[in-house]
Design a protein around this ligand. Structure first.
Ligand SMILES: Nc1ncnc2c1ncn2[C@@H]1O[C@H](COP(=O)(O)OP(=O)(O)OP(=O)(O)O)[C@@H](O)[C@H]1O
Length: 776
C-alpha cells in the first residue's frame, strides 16, 4: 500500500526551470562526490605503488605492512573502478532530530523530529540533507557526502511515508549515469508543511520514481531496486539475521528482489560473520541467470553463491525435468526409506563373490554364501553410513575365519591368545585374495552407482516394498534409465551421499598467501591472479555449509530438496521467501513438514508483502480468476499500476478448430504471429509460455524472431518476467499435473505490460475467445 500512498503524494509537474535548477544542484553534489573519489583513487594508487616497493624489502614487518596497505588500497580501487549507473541515487531533507546526536556515519541518529522543529504556522527549516548511494563517501572533514544505502542513517529514505514521515520532509530519487545527473523525482512526506532550505522554499519536482522504474522495459537480466525499495520491503531487507525470516507474498511483490538486497544488507552489517558464505537457492538455471547481476550491481559478489536446485550438489548441473508423475514420487519423503534400503542393497552386485577362501597359519579356511550373508546383515544393522561400515564388516569376517581356524581355544593365557589372534589377522589381511574379496564383496559405493542400481525395476521393487506401489516403482526405474540427470535426481544423489558417507574429497592444495590471513576481507582484493568471480565459484564448490541460506520460490521445494538444502545450513540463519499459491509441488503439506524439519526449532519471524509491482491491474485481475480456482479464499496482492491495456484473447485450432487460422500447424502460426505483434509493441522482452511437453515445438515456432523473444515450459517461467507474454493453451498447462492450476497462475503473472492468451479447442473458448478457465 505504501507505494500507492506515495504516488498520490507526489506533487505534479513543476516548472521546467525549477527542474533544471534542481538537477543543477544535484549535479554540483555529484561533482563533489566524484572529485572526492578521484582523490581517493590517487591515494589508493599511491598506496599500491608504495606497497609494491616495500614488498621488495622482504622482511616480515614489511610484509605485514604491505598486506595492510594493499588491502586498504585494494578496497578503494576495486570499488571505484566499478562505475555503476546511479552511483548516487537518493536524497532526504530532514527536520532537526530529537537529541542532536550523530552516529558513526556522521548523520543525526534521531528518527523523530525535535520539539519545535515545526513551527505553529506549519513552517519549518531543513536541518540536515543526506545523499544516499551504493557506497558511503566521506569528505575531507569526515562529513558524509554519500551514505551507504544499507547504513542505519539511510533507513528513513525507504521507511518514511506520509503516514509515518519521521524527520523526512522531502524524499528525492536522483537518476544519474556515470557523472551526469539526468533527472530528479520527489515525494513529499509532509505535504502540509512549508519547509525552507537555506532560506529558500523547498522545491518539488517530478511525478514518482517508482512508476518510472516499473514502466521500464525488461531485459534478460533483473535490475536492482535500490533507489525505490518500498517501506514493507525495507522491513524485510533490514530484519535482524537471527533464526528464520519467513516472507510470503503473491507474484510480483518483490520477493526475489528483496531476498537479493537482503544478502547485500547482511554482508554490509556483518562481513566477518558472513565470510562463511551466503547461499541463494533458486529453482531454475534460467532464474539464476536472470538474477545473478543484481548483487554485483550492489557492489557484492564474492561471498554469495546463487545456485539452481539442479546444481546444488557437488559438480552436478541437472537441467532435465521428470514427468510430473515421476517427479511426484522422486521428490517425496518416502524416497528416504527407499534410498536407505538401496544403499545397503546395492552392495550385493551380480558379480559379488559367493564364497571367501583364504590360507592362514597353514590352513585353508572358507566362508560360504549363507555365512557371508549373515555377516553382511550384522555389519549393516543400525544407521551408520554404509561406506564407513566396511572396517566393521572386515572385522566380522576375520572373527568368523578365526572361529573356523580352531585356534581360538589354543591358549588360556589372554596375552598369548591376543598375540596369536593378531598374527592370524595379519596373516589373513596380508593375502591378496582377502583384499580382492573385500573390494568385490563390500565395494566403496558412489551415489551414482546406487542410483544406477535403482534403475533395475526388480531390485528397486525389492527395496521399495511397502513404500512405493508397483506403478510408482516402474515410473522411477524407467526415469532413471534415461540419459542424463534430472533436477530431482540431484536431491536423491545428495541424500545418498549422506547415507553412504563418502570420505570427503581431498581439497586442492593452494599456495600459501599471506593475504589470506586477513580473514574474510581478502575477496575484496583486485590485484590477484584469481578474479573475484572465480574465487566465489571455487569457494562455492569447496563449501558444503553456509552462514546464511536464502531460499527463493520456497513453495516449490520438494521434501527431498528441503533435506538437501537443510544440510547446507545446519548452523545457518535463514531467509525463506515464497508463495504457496504458486507451488508446483503436488503435496504442499508434505513439503511444509520437510521444510519445518530443515529449519529446525529456530524461531520464525514472518513478513507478508502485499503490493504487486510487476503486473498492471488488467493482468492481475485476470490471474486472480485462476487463483480463486487454484486456492479458493486466498487474497491476490494489489497491483500498483494500470496500463489501460486489457489482455488479448486469440483462438486457434489444428484441424477444424474455430479460430481464424484452422489448418494443420495453426497453433504454431498463431503463436508466432502474436509474438511478432508483441515484439512490435514493446521495447523489451517477450515470453511465450507453453505446457512442458511443447517446449521444443514452441522454440521452432519462434525461430528467426530474434533474441528478445523466448519460449518457456510452464515450470521454467518461475520467477521470470517479460514486457509481454503469450500464454498458450491454459487448459494444457492446467492439466499437466495435480498442481496445474497453480502453475497456470504463475504463467499468467509474468508480464509487466501486455498479455495475450492463445486457446486451442481444449480450452473451450467462448465467442470472445476467452477460455473456460479464465471466464467469470
Ligand atoms: N520497490 C520496487 N521498486 C521498483 N521495482 C520493484 C520494486 N519491488 C519490486 N519491483 C519489481 O517488480 C518485479 C517483481 O519483483 P520480483 O521478481 O522480485 O517479485 P516476486 O515476488 O519474486 O515475484 P514471483 O513470485 O512472481 O517470482 C521486478 O521487476 C522488480 O524489479
Amino acid at each position: 500500500m505504501a507505494a500507492q500512498v506515495q504516488q498520490e503524494a507526489a506533487v505534479g509537474p513543476a516548472h521546467d526551470s525549477v527542474r533544471e535548477r534542481e538537477i543543477g544542484i544535484e549535479q554540483e553534489h555529484l561533482d563533489r562526490v566524484y572529485h572526492r573519489l578521484e582523490e581517493k583513487i590517487h591515494e589508493a594508487e599511491f598506496l599500491m605503488d608504495d606497497a609494491v616497493k616495500r614488498g621488495q624489502v622482504g622482511t616480515p614487518g614489511a610484509l605485514a605492512e604491505r598486506d595492510a596497505q594493499v588491502y586498504r588500497a585494494g578496497i578503494h580501487l576495486n570499488r571505484l573502478n566499478n562505475e555503476y549507473e546511479d552511483f548516487l541515487f537518493g536524497r532526504i531533507d530532514l527536520l532537526l532530530g530529537k537529541d542532536g546526536e550523530k552516529g558513526p556515519d556522521g548523520a543525526y541518529t534521531a528518527v523523530e523530529p525535535a520539539e519545535g522543529a515545526v513551527r505553529d504556522d506549519a513552517t519549518a527549516d531543513i536541518a540536515e540533507t543526506l545523499h544516499i548511494g551504493r557506497m558511503g563517501v566521506l569528505d575531507e572533514d569526515y562529513a558524509p557526502l554519500v551514505i551507504d544505502w544499507r547504513a542505519p542513517a539511510a533507513a528513513p529514505f525507504y521507511r518514511s511515508t506520509p503516514v509515518a514521515p519521521g524527520r523526512v520532509v522531502r524524499r528525492r530519487v536522483i537518476r544519474s549515469k556515470g557523472r551526469r545527473v539526468l533527472g530528479v523525482e520527489d515525494d513529499l512526506m509532509r505535504p502540509e508543511l512549508t519547509a525552507s532550505l537555506d532560506g529558500h522554499e523547498l522545491a518539488v519536482v517530478g511525478d514518482g520514481a517508482l512508476m518510472a522504474a516499473l514502466g521500464r522495459a525488461r531485459s534478460h537480466s533483473m535490475r536492482d531496486i535500490v533507489s525505490s525499495i518500498q517501506a514493507e520491503q525495507d522491513m524485510v531487507i533490514r530484519a535482524p539475521a537471527a533464526s528464520v525470516t519467513y516472507v510470503e507474498g503473491g507474484p510480483g511483490t518483490g520477493k526475489t528482489a528483496v531476498a537479493l538486497h537482503r544478502a547485500a544488507y547482511l554482508l554490509y552489517q556483518d562481513r566477518r560473520r558472513y565470510a562463511g558464505g551466503i547461499l541463494v537457492v533458486s529453482p531454475t538455471p534460467l532464474l539464476v541467470a536472470y538474477t545473478e547481476g543484481v548483487l554485483p550491481s550492489l557492489g557484492e559478489e564474492g561471498q554469495v553463491a546463487i545456485r539452481a536446485l539442479g546444481s546444488l550438489a557437488d559438480g552436478m548441473e541437472a537441467t532435465l525435468y521428470d514427468s510430473p508423475a515421476a517427479a511426484r514420487v522422486k521428490g517425496s519423503s518416502r524416497m528416504l526409506k527407499v534410498l536407505r534400503k538401496a544403499a545397503r542393497g546395492a552392495l550385493e552386485r551380480t558379480d559379488s563373490p559367493s564364497r571367501l577362501r583364504v590360507v592362514a597359519m597353514g590352513r585353508r579356511l572358507e566362508l560360504e554364501a549363507g555365512e557371508l550373508d549373515r555377516i553382511r546383515q550384522t555389519a549393516l544393522s543400525g544407521t551408520a553410513p554404509v561406506n564407513l561400515l566396511r572396517p566393521r564388516a572386515r572385522k566380522l569376517l576375520l572373527d568368523a575365519l578365526w572361529a573356523r581356524s580352531g585356534a581360538a581355544g589354543r591358549h588360556s593365557d589372554p596375552e598369548l591368545a591376543a598375540e596369536l589372534r593378531s598374527s592370524f589377522d595379519e596373516d589373513v589381511t596380508g593375502e591378496d585374495d582377502f583384499t580382492a574379496f573385500l573390494d568385490a564383496w563390500w565395494p566403496e559405493l558412489t551415489p551414482r552407482e546406487v542410483l544406477t542400481a535403482m534403475a533395475d525395476e526388480k531390485r528397486l521393487g525389492r527395496w521399495a516394498r511397502r513404500t512405493l506401489n508397483p506403478g510408482e516403482v516402474r515410473r522411477v526405474a524407467r526415469s532413471l534409465r534415461r540419459d542424463g540427470l534430472t533436477v530431482h535426481d540431484v536431491a536423491l544423489l545428495d541424500e545418498l551421499h549422506a547415507i553412504l558417507g563418502l570420505p570427503a574429497r581431498p581439497r586442492k592444495k593452494r599456495e600459501l598467501d599471506p593475504l589470506d590471513q586477513l580473514t574474510g576481507l581478502d575477496e575484496l582484493m583486485p590485484v590477484r591472479e584469481e578474479s573475484q568471480r572465480e574465487r566465489a565459484e571455487r569457494l562455492a564448490r569447496e563449501r558444503t555449509e553456509y552462514a546464511h541460506v536464502i531460499v527463493d520460490e520456497a513453495q516449490d521445494l520438494t521434501p527431498m530438496q528441503w533435506r538437501m538444502v537443510g544440510r547446507r545450513g545446519r548452523h545457518a540463519t535463514w531467509t525463506v521467501v515464497g508463495d504457496p499459491a504458486q507451488s508446483s509441488w503436488s503435496d504442499p503439506d508434505e513439503a511444509a513438514e520437510a521444510r519445518e524439519e530443515a529449519l529446525g526449532t529456530r524461531p520464525r519471524r514472518r513478513f507478508t508483502l502485499t503490493v504487486n509491482y510487476r503486473n498492471p491491474s488488467e493482468i492481475a485481475e485476470l490471474a486472480a480468476k485462476v487463483l480463486a480456482l487454484a486456492m479458493p479464499g486466498s487474497e491476490p496482492p494489489s497491483a500498483v499500476r494500470s496500463t489501460g491495456v486489457r489482455p488479448r484473447f486469440v483462438t486457434t485450432g489444428d484441424g477444424d478448430g474455430r479460430g481464424e487460422d484452422r489448418g494443420k500447424g495453426a497453433l504454431g502460426r498463431t503463436v508466432r504471429r502474436e509474438a511478432a505483434r508483441l515484439l512490435d509493441l514493446v521495447d523489451g522482452t517477450v515470453g511465450v509460455v507453453v505446457a512442458m511437453d511443447r517446449r521444443e515445438e514452441a522454440a521452432r515456432w519462434l525461430a528467426g524472431l530474434g533474441d528478445r523473444v523466448v519460449a518457456l515450459g510452464s515450470l521454467e517461467a518461475k520467477g521470470l518476467e517479460y514486457d509481454a507474454t503469450v500464454v498458450v493453451s491454459p487448459a494444457e498447462i492446467a492439466d499437466e499435473s495435480p498442481a496445474g492450476l497453480r502453475v497456470l497462475y504463475v504463467a499468467l503473472t509474468r508480464a509487466t505490460q501486455q498479455l495475450t492468451v492463445v486457446s486451442g479447442e481444449r480450452d473451450e473458448p467462448d465467442a470472445a475467445g476467452v477460455p473456460d478457465l479464465l471466464r467469470d
